[in-house]
Ligand binder design. Structure first.
Ligand code: GAP
Length: 511
């Protein structure tokens, strides 16, 4: 099996070679953890956005979308709690001089124990074969039980210390677990300190008048402050949602693992406003709905799992992550949070304006509760790209690298290739593109052998390649090749639209 780090490196270099993702300002040697999306990357990203927007806004009568400003009145962030509480606990190793998030060090330690449990289960499967009862094994095997207990103990201590902001307690936990720095291998740690993640800058040109403003660390606050604007102008009735896609910024202590953790990234967030007391019902509803949205992409149901938060954000009373099996292992892809009425109440208090809803059925005013779904667009991109990237050995012994992207998300839907550059074939190929380009992004390719051209399309995930040959000029038929099966069939030019549309139409994902 391919090593996980090698897999990530391969995905990064493939992404660069084919124009999906470039290191930002590369001619100046780049900027740490900052990336640019290239010509194919921006197509893939737009298609992911479109899938999310359609499934949220177009498919729900009671969800509407907005696009709020990145800069907001500074009091927004005081009210939301981000100025005081949007912190990460950090710790430095004195020998390697590397800085870590203390909670992540502990979580990685827990993950290692989880791996031990999985290894034990794998041994059981090998030993007992078909007779293996996994549920019973997990519930009774002494090594599994011991490790589970260990995890529970650590998680309890984590919850307790992080919950109380007991930084000394977090430090003691790291020391007691004998966690070593992955770089230096030593346990020579500094104390744990809090670090605010918001970027700030100054508004105004006169120094004295300048006031600190922040780059938004989440898009959600733009939704909260517009809650009444949207509710009133859109005549929205509870329960209803407001969706938004946009950039967010966090001064991450450790930004690494390609586009997984960046300081500038994009979020797709939806705040669902509900009656107080009904939030848990909707929390469960959205957990399931969002899990289904991910799984519809066909990247493999086994690649997803839920993870309940140990340390709840300052605004939440329940929170879970949908984790994805990235090349670096299972990590957070999306968060679903029950945010109570915390944000709206805080904004009421700080602004002095009422942010309430009159419920005609109850004949009552109240501050709605909120269930939020929040998925990182860049993390979605990495999930889709890494799960689709495959090196295959074909029947004839040759090899190909293929991106088996969900067809609805693929940048190009079809490549049109004249067999030769003469005899009117290029003109015929362009004629076909002129028919298809209103519905699909098409690529024209006339260079190299057809075999090489197929490989190039495989490498960028184009679901179909169409070859125009001399017979096309006589009977208006072409050869269409399927990226995944590599089957080639002769079809009428007039049928191309429906063949392609059937496979790449986003409708398939939305039903
Ligand atoms: N409004 C809630 C919120 O912001 P979060 O769990 O902090 O919650 C939501 O972030 C999602 O945003 C995460 O699940 C992740 O996909 C994405 N995200 C967060 N920080 C990120 C970063 N530094 N780089 C890329 N994506 C990030």
């Amino acid at each position: 099996m391919e090593h996980k780090e090698d897999k990530l490196k391969e995905v990064i270099s493939h992404a660069k070679e084919y124009g999906f993702v470039f290191p930002s300002s590369e001619i100046y040697d780049g900027l740490a953890a900052t990336y640019d999306y290239g010509q194919l990357g921006s197509e893939l990203k737009n298609n992911i956005k479109s899938y999310w927007w359609k499934s949220m806004v177009q498919m729900h009568e009671n969800i509407v979308g907005i696009d709020s400003a990145i800069f907001m009145h500074p009091t927004t962030w005081k009210a939301s709690g981000h100025v005081d509480a949007f912190n990460d606990p950090l710790i430095d190793n004195k020998d390697s001089k590397k800085r870590y998030r203390a909670d992540v060090l502990i979580e990685e330690f827990i993950e290692k124990i989880r791996m031990k449990i999985e290894k034990e289960v794998e041994k059981g499967i090998k030993k007992f074969g078909d007779d293996f009862d996994e549920t019973q094994f997990r519930a009774t095997h002494p090594n599994v039980l011991r490790n589970k207990e260990k995890i529970n103990e650590i998680e309890d201590r984590m919850r307790e210390t992080l919950g109380k902001n007991d930084l000394e307690g977090v430090y003691n936990l790291i020391v007691d677990l004998e966690i070593a720095c992955p770089i230096s291998g030593t346990k020579n740690w500094t104390e744990v300190r809090q670090f605010n993640l918001m970027f700030s800058t100054e508004l105004g040109s006169v120094a004295g008048d300048a006031s600190t403003i922040y780059l938004r660390p989440e898009t959600a606050q733009g939704i909260f402050v517009n809650f009444l604007n949207v509710q009133k102008s859109g005549r929205m009735k509870i329960p209803f949602g407001i969706a938004q896609i946009g950039k967010a910024f966090r001064n991450e202590i450790v930004a690494r693992q390609f586009i997984f953790r960046m300081r500038e990234f994009e979020q797709m967030e939806m705040q669902f406003f509900v009656r107080p007391g009904e939030e848990m019902k909707w929390y469960e509803y959205w957990k399931e709905a969002r899990s289904n949205w991910h799984k519809a992409l066909g990247l493999g149901d086994h690649n997803y799992r839920f993870h309940d938060h140990i340390k709840l954000a300052h605004y939440a009373n329940a929170a879970a992550d949908i984790e994805f099996n990235f090349p670096m292992g299972f990590k957070e892809l999306e968060g679903i949070h029950s945010r109570t009425d915390y944000d709206l109440k805080q904004h009421e208090q700080f602004s002095g304006k009422k942010l309430q809803y009159f419920d005609p059925e109850l004949n009552q005013n109240y501050v709605p509760f909120v269930v939020e779904t929040s998925v990182g667009l860049d993390r979605m991109f990495l999930a889709v790209l890494s799960a689709s990237h495959k090196n295959e050995v074909l029947e004839d012994g040759s090899e190909r690298t293929v991106l088996t992207l969900p067809p609805a998300l693929a940048p190009y839907k079809v490549a049109i290739m004249p067999l030769t550059k003469k005899d009117g074939l290029p003109e015929k190929a362009r004629e076909i593109i002129d028919q298809l380009k209103f519905d699909f992004l098409c690529q024209y390719d006339e260079k190299d052998s057809i075999g090489k051209r197929y490989r190039r399309q495989d490498a960028i995930g184009t679901p179909f390649s169409v070859t125009v040959d001399h017979q096309t000029l006589e009977d208006h038929t072409v050869t269409i090749r399927d990226r995944d099966t590599m089957d080639q069939v002769r079809v009428n030019v007039a049928d191309l639209f429906s063949i392609i549309d059937q496979k790449v139409n986003m409708r398939k994902l939305l039903v």
